[in-house]
Each structure stands twice: as C-alpha cells, then as structure tokens.
Ligand binder design. Structure first.
Ligand code: KG4
Ligand code: ZN
Length: 366
C-alpha cells in the first residue's frame, strides 16, 4: 500500500491531500484565495504567495488528521515544481522539501498540468465502486486557467504533448469574458451558469482552428470578438450575483409577427455567454476529434478547471459515443486545483521509481 501527502500552491488555491495507492482520496482540503483576489479582478502573485505561506501548514495538518495518517505512514511527499507563479511554487516546494527532510520521506515533484490529467483517475474514499483507471494510451485534454493542451498519455510517466494554445487558455478566456460581461472573478462558473439561460446560436463567434492540420488552440480572437460584440452592440452588463437570472436589462427580441422599429436589439448577456461557450466547446471538440483520428488511443481523459463546465462535459460524453471510446471526467471537486491530483500522480511516479532531491528547482513555465 502507498500513502502520499500532496501539496498544491501553484496559483490561488492552497491545498493538501492524502491519497492511498494513487487512487483513493482519504482527505482533500482546499483553501480558496478567491476573496483575496476578487477586488483586483485576477490573481495578484505576491498576495497569493503570502497567503499560501499563512495557510499551508494548517491545511497539511488537517489533511493528515482527516486521513488518520501519521508522518511515518507516508510513502512520499509531493508538490508541483512547475508550471505556476514562481513565488507560489516556491512556497509549496519548500514546504514539501521541509516535510520530506524532517520526516525522512522521499520527495516527489510533479508537473501541475500533467497532474490535472491524472485527476480523472481519482475516487473519493466514500465512493462504493472500485474504479479501474483509463485504458492507455489515452487522449488527454487539460483545460485550465493557465493551459489548454492536448496530450497522448502513454502512461503517466510518458506524456506526449500534441498541441497547446498559442495565446489565451480556455479558462482565461472564460474569465476575461466574465469580466467583459461584468460577472466578477473567477468567471468560468458564472459564464457556465449564465449560458444555461442563453441561446448558443444567438451570435456567431469565430471558432479558431488554425488550419486543417493544427492541434493547437487559439482563444484570444474569440475573446476580442465578445468584447466588440458587447461594446459595439452595447450589450448590457449583467449584475454581479445575478448570473443565473435573465441578466441584462435588454428586452428579448420580439416574437414572430411582432413589428419592430428603431435600431437592432443587442443580444442579451446570457445569449452572448452561451454563444461564446459554444465557440470554445466546438474548438475543443473539433481538435479532440482530429487528434483521435490521427493518434490511436483507447480512451479520452480531461482535466482542469474548465472540465467542470456543463457543456464541456456533455460534449465529451457525446464525443466518446461518436468515437467509440470511454471518456474519463474528473469528479467536480477534482476539476479545479487540488492536491489529491498531485498526490495521485506522485504515487504513480513513485511506482516507476521516480524521486527527487532536495535541490530540485522550481520552474515557472511548462
Ligand atoms: O485548473 P484550475 O483550477 O487552475 C489552473 O490550473 O489554471 O482552473 C481554473 C479555471 C478558471 O479560469 C475558471 O474560471 C475555470 O477554470 N472554470 C470554469 C468552470 N469552473 C472553473 N470555466 C468554465 N466553466 C466552469 N464551470
Ligand atoms: Zn491547475
């Protein structure tokens, strides 16, 4: 049996978790910093790093207590050393090194983005069914606030990148569109909710495919198109906290047969959100399909904050049916940043003999 303590501090979530045998999550605690960054409309790196320092030890203690684990029970201690905000990475890796040194346990450093891929392999301790891992090789998609990348996962030690965004990440586009619509931060879940009330075909936003063969992504043009739509069409900003209602005071277009005079009525915020979301999901679907046709795989796995999106999840299920491949989606609690995925991937690396020395550096880029 293996028992790994995972630590996560790459961005604005401080988290700790204990995972058994790389699969079963005995504890997973996440301290969100959203309220600290909300006034700035985005993550402030120095505030994030300082907040990690203040909360990490308490969260590690809580995760160990909830798991009923003592330091001597641990097989290893893990933290991501790349990619992320450099000050934030330093806090987590330094803490993991200190625990590893003090408790005389091996240190394992993982890639945060690859850990997102692993999140679909996790099950909570309360889940009854034993879950087999995805058959490999798998096609992997990570859609997060910082990354949008396609992978072929040969095994979790050998992960080949097939394509990535050349500008904004999908989550970043969600956050920026949320800001344009006045929905607050973090915006992805709010756009998801608002889009539920909208018509995905109300506005034809561009779906950037970057040529016939490309497996890369681009979302910055789409974000700009939303900005022009809102500014040019004078689409109303939704009130903060009103995301699930018919946000925006613009009247609905008149029904069939109604007479309309004056300038065209701008689309509602909900329609813009739904149309934007449709364009993102279509780009993801088309690239996944393209990659699956080109690279023989036995399953499809996704991870990252945007994999919590309802339309993304529905598209993935449908695509799996179309391709005849099983699809592995992370449980909601493991989509966004968490430490269970760090501990899980580290357990897998440890099984393959990977450990790291105490002079392992942190690296901001992938
Ligand atoms: O994976 P994650 O927690 O952090 C990074 O590694 O970047 O992803 C955070 C991103 C944010 O951009 C957030 O707005 C987005 O995931 N997100 C969503 C949803 N939930 C979180 N985007 C769309 N729909 C959602 N339901
Ligand atoms: Zn992440």
């Amino acid at each position: 049996m293996s028992l790994v303590l995972g630590i996560e501090t790459t961005c604005d979530e401080t988290a700790a978790a204990v995972v058994r045998d790389g699969r079963t999550v005995l504890s997973s605690v996440v301290g969100s910093q959203a309220a600290l960054h909300e006034p700035y409309g985005g993550v402030v790196p120095e505030i994030a790093a300082r907040a990690h320092i203040e909360t990490l030890n308490g969260l590690v203690e809580k995760a160990m207590r909830q798991a009923g684990a003592a330091p001597a029970d641990l097989t290893a201690i893990a933290a991501p050393n790349r990619p992320g905000l450099i000050g934030c990475l330093l806090v987590g890796v330094s803490a993991a090194k200190a625990f590893a040194f003090a408790w005389e346990r091996p240190l394992i450093c993982v890639n945060h983005v690859e850990a997102h891929l692993y999140s679909a392999c996790l099950r909570s301790a309360s889940a009854c069914a034993e879950m087999a891992g995805p058959p490999l090789p798998a096609l992997g998609l990570v859609i997060s606030g910082g990354h949008t990348s396609l992978y072929r996962v040969h095994d979790f030690v050998h992960i080949e990148c097939l394509g990535a965004t050349i500008d904004d990440a999908a989550g970043e586009a969600f956050d920026k569109v949320a800001a344009i619509l006045g929905l607050g931060y973090p915006g992805g879940p709010q756009v998801d909710r608002l889009a539920g009330d909208g018509n995905p075909h109300a506005v034809k936003f561009p779906i950037s495919l970057l040529g016939r063969d490309s497996l890369d992504f681009s979302f910055s043009g789409l974000k700009t198109a939303v900005l022009y739509q809102v500014q040019g069409g004078a689409a109303p900003a939704a009130r903060r906290g009103a995301a699930s209602s018919n946000a925006g005071p613009a009247p609905r277009p008149p029904g069939r047969g109604a007479r309309r005079t004056g300038p065209p009525i701008p689309p509602r915020s909900a329609d813009i959100a739904a149309s934007f979301q449709y364009a993102v999901v279509e780009a993801l679907r088309i690239k996944l399909r393209r990659a699956a046709k080109r690279h023989p795989v036995r399953s499809v796995i996704i991870g990252g904050g945007v994999s919590a999106n309802r339309r993304v999840r529905a598209m993935m299920e449908a695509l799996g049916g179309e391709l005849g491949l099983p699809v592995y989606l992370p449980a909601a609690e493991f989509c966004t940043d968490n430490a269970a995925m760090i501990a899980g991937l580290a357990a897998e690396l440890h099984r393959h003999g990977v450990t790291h020395t105490l002079d392992t550096p942190v690296i901001a880029t992938i």
